[in-house]
Every structure is written in C-alpha cells, then in structure tokens.
Design a protein around this ligand. Structure first.
Ligand code: ADP
Length: 317
C-alpha cells in the first residue's frame, strides 16, 4: 500500500430514494488527523459506515489499509479502530470489563490482555477507575473509555464519529489533546466526522467539507486557510468605473500575490502583512477612489459559512 491509508473513488449511495452520497472522491494520507466536516444530513455517517464495511456503496469503491473493508479478514480488521457517536459502553460493567470484552472479541491472547488493558486505561487517565461501574462515569470519562477500548488491538487507523459532541469544555480539550498525541506520537491516522468547526480547525491537517452528499471543498487545512502571514484585503471603490484602472495597477505590483474582482469589490492577497501600507500608498498615489478597505480574516468558519450560504442561495432560486 502506498501512502494513502484510505481511498474513496467515485462512491455513490442512494437510500430511501435519495442520493445520500454523490460521486465522492478523496484520499487520506497516512498519519494525519483528517476531518470530514458537514452539517447534519450531509452524508458523513453513511460514508463512515461504508468505510467500516457495514454497508456497501452503490457504485465506486473504497479502500482502507489498501483493502475493500467488506472483504477484510478478522486479522485485517485489527488494523482498524472506531468509536461511533453513542460509544456503546456497557454501563453495568466496570471499565476493565468493558475493555476486556472488546479485547476478547478482537482475539487478544489472554496473557497479553491484562497488561494491555491497564496500559490503555492509563493512557486515558482512568487507572483509578478500573473497578468502577461505567454507569457512574461522566460523559467525558465514558468517551475516554471508548477511546481506550478502540485502541486495545493497536489499530493503525481510528475512526471517530463526533468525538467531543456533548462533552464539557474540559472533556473536549482532553479528547482533542489525546487525538493529537495519538497521531503525533504513535503515528495513528485519525479520521474524524464532525460538525464542530472549531474542533476541525484546531486538530485536522486535512479536511473534506460535505453538504447534501457532495464534496464542496477539500484540501490541506494550511492551503485552505492560507498562511497567517498572507493578508487579504477587500477594497471597495467610490466609482465602479475605476476598477479597470485598479486591475491594471494590481497587475504591476510584485507584493500582490493574487486578486479578484467580485461583488463590487477587489479582494487582494498580499505577500505579507507589511505590504499593506505600501498598497495604501500606491493606491493613493495613483488616485484610486477608495471607499473602504477591510481585512479579510481567513478562518475555517468564514470558509465554511461561505460554502453553506452559497448552496442555500442556489436552493432558494
Ligand atoms: P450525517 O452523518 O452527515 O448527519 P447521514 O449520513 O446520517 O448524514 O445522512 C445523510 C442523509 O441520508 C440524511 O438525509 C438521512 O436522512 C439519509 N439517510 C441515512 N440513512 C438512511 C436510511 N437508512 N434510509 C433512508 N435515508 C437515510
């Protein structure tokens, strides 16, 4: 298998007469924290179920660890760990028993099990609660337990469905840090379904944004948000007749990396923050009639909202 730990090619799925996934294509390189972001109903869970081999696509194919998940052997599946949204821990069993049950399902040899379970509980800071029934745990503790359980068989990829939904801020920070640690220190590829923009922006290095079963945008986070030292300005003019003059001028400026004229404004990307003053001076020297200049913030939220809004606009029409 080459560098991609997941490959999704031309996947479509119709459920209840609706196209839930339409021609989905993406790859997940090894070792990343990868995020699928999208509002409810965008198809994230259906895609996850396909990747876990629980359902099959109507057309196209998926490969996880180089193989079709549906035809994986028990041994092949040991490379995969997952935590679904309702984490499914048994509240009547203790923390230890919950993991032990899973470890047996995964066929871990009895003599290895105990040490491995204790190691996993320690990893998620639950060592002090080994013998406590899970029914007494907070939501955050249950989520930590389900992560420990998902890691018991040393998977190379971990699928997480909304890993911090319904957690308090402390629990959320804990899980996010744990995810980053698993990725950076153990090289585990993490695939996250999320509708939490802040979460995805903080921990994912590559993302796919979905809506209504379509991929709206995908790429490396750094590329999508552009580097911090790149400044984008929105320039509005007093007279729209002056735009051609502005375009001619911008074409000659070496510190302008990119620009576009859209919705009655010029969006100008500068090579660095310090070029702002040079741009203001140049515009003034060339008598460009400026009405307003605002700096565009490059956040995932802005990007996401612009995609969702654009879509809603089309739907209304
Ligand atoms: P997400 O996880 O992004 O919220 P889902 O994959 O759960 O999205 O759902 C995508 C769409 O598919 C929704 O409109 C949902 O109602 C529909 N859907 C999911 N499962 C089924 C099913 N078994 N039968 C019919 N429609 C379904």
């Amino acid at each position: 298998m080459e560098n991609n730990i997941i490959e999704v090619s031309n996947v479509t799925k119709v459920l209840g007469g609706h196209a839930v996934l339409s021609d989905i294509n993406f790859q997940v390189p090894k070792g990343l924290v990868f995020g699928i972001l999208g509002p409810n109903g965008s198809g994230k869970t259906t895609l996850l179920r396909i990747l876990l081999g629980l359902i099959t696509p109507d057309t196209g194919e998926v490969k996880v660890l180089g193989q079709n998940p549906v035809s994986m052997t028990r041994e092949d599946k040991n490379g995969i760990g997952f935590v679904l949204e309702d984490h499914g821990v048994n509240e009547r069993l203790t923390a230890y028993q919950n993991i032990d049950f899973f470890a047996q399902v995964y066929g871990l040899a009895k003599e290895k099990r105990r040490a491995r379970i204790l190691e996993m509980l320690d990893k998620v800071d639950l060592s002090a609660y080994i013998k406590k029934p899970v029914g007494t745990f907070s939501k955050g503790m249950k989520q930590r337990l389900s992560l420990a359980r998902a890691l018991i068989h040393e998977p190379r990829i971990l699928f997480l469905d909304e890993p911090t939904s319904n957690l308090d801020p402390e629990g959320t920070v804990y899980i996010r840090n744990l995810i980053l640690k698993l990725s950076s220190e153990e090289g585990i590829t993490i695939y996250i379904n999320s509708h939490d923009l802040d979460e995805v922006e903080r921990i994912c290095t590559r993302i796919v944004i979905m809506k209504h079963g379509n991929i709206m945008l995908q790429g490396a986070m750094a590329d999508l948000l552009r580097p911090n030292n790149q400044t984008t300005l929105e320039v509005k003019l007093e007279e729209s007749e002056a735009f051609p003059k502005l375009v001619n001028l911008l074409n000659t400026l070496s510190f302008v990396t990119h620009f576009k004229i859209e919705k009655g404004a010029a969006f100008i990307e500068l090579i660095d923050d310090s070029s702002r003053l040079t741009l203001f001076n140049t515009l003034a020297q060339n008598s460009i009639p400026i009405k307003e200049i605002t700096q565009i913030k490059n956040s995932l939220e802005d990007l996401y909202i612009s995609i969702v809004k654009e879509e809603e606009h089309h739907e209304v029409q």
